[in-house]
Ligand binder design. Sequence first.
Ligand SMILES: Cc1cc2nc3c(=O)[nH]c(=O)nc-3n(C[C@H](O)[C@H](O)[C@H](O)COP(=O)(O)O)c2cc1C
Length: 380
Amino acid sequence: MTSSTRPQAEPRSAYKAFRHISTRWADNDVYGHVNNVVYYSWFDTAVNGLLIERGASDIHSGGVIGLVIETQCNYFAPLAFPDAVVAGIRVAHIGSSSVRYEVALFPGAEEDALRGQRPFHPCVCGPRHAPPHALAPAITLCTGDLDVTHVLNAVDQAIASRQSMRQFLPTPVPKETIAHLLALASRAPSGTNTQPWRAYVLQGASRDALVAKVCQAHDALRANPALIAGYREEYDYYPEKWVSPYIDRRRENGWGLYGLLGIGKGDKDKMHAQHQRNFRFFDAPVGLMFTLDRVMGRGSLVDYGMFLQSIMVGARGHGLHTCPQAAWNGFAKIILPHIGAGENEMLVCGMALGYADEAELVNTFRTPRVSAKDFTTWLD
Ligand SMILES: Cc1cc2nc3c(=O)[nH]c(=O)nc-3n(C[C@H](O)[C@H](O)[C@H](O)COP(=O)(O)O)c2cc1C
């Protein structure tokens, strides 16, 4: 590895859980430092110890085993017996059948590491393969606001592992799976059980034809911005006037994503191209369009949110990912006739559905959340 690609050491605040590691006399090699191979045993000890401690792994009677398929270690400073060592653990990536844990080793007692007062000595541990239902502690670790002592159940896992994916694989999604997800989502609640949702599933030629039409319109709009007058969103998804803190979060989100993709403020071409990826459903083989009868009230949009989230969370249970998309809304006049929607229907949003290309840079984008304590008022 060249020095330019060498990972940087990170402070303990970058890690979510900590375990104490004892060094032994035999850990030192002839140079008086902990031998390289010992670190790998510490990685296993740290991660498995945590999984067992959190009740997520039962090595004797549990039916789930985790297999390490790749490991890597970067050394920043030596450790030696009789140092005390603390392992900081975090989850770098959660796939549909694997978790990549990263472990950093900090010299010193646990209290020192927790206070961040000692120099650090991180070693990075590579992917660790585990069946999906063994992922619970991984998710608790990477979603900082969740209680890390709490092992997530399957529903928690599905909710916590949903994220908007923006690059999909061409792998087809079985029709029965899509039908199942829609049926599952129909269990969503709605005021007086009105069930105001209506879904259109686009695959194959119908999907490709809509992509071509909207991409063309999007390009034409860029060439002649005056055309915007002809495109209208049918309801105000966003406020007319942005105020803090929403505008700040929106900016953080936009620039975070563009920054990751190397798109600067002046890169109009790249920005247009990235925005247009929406109108290709981010290459997902399945595009969904959702409409609402215009006669319905604003409350139906509340119901709709629950229906959409049920699809997205349900998708996780089948190894699928989604991206909800309001980007389509301005193109309703093209979309509604294309899908054969009635005059009475308005476009609520679109959604990409498929198997995410999890290795793709854009899909490593993780969005932060305001801590629950900052949006909750407890009235006892
Ligand atoms: C109704 C709705 C519409 C959205 N529209 C778009 C969209 O058009 N394009 C896009 O890339 N993301 C879209 N998003 C995704 C949001 O940007 C994303 O949910 C938010 O940044 C939080 O990130 P996460 O979904 O990865 O947790 C939309 C989300 C929702 C709920």
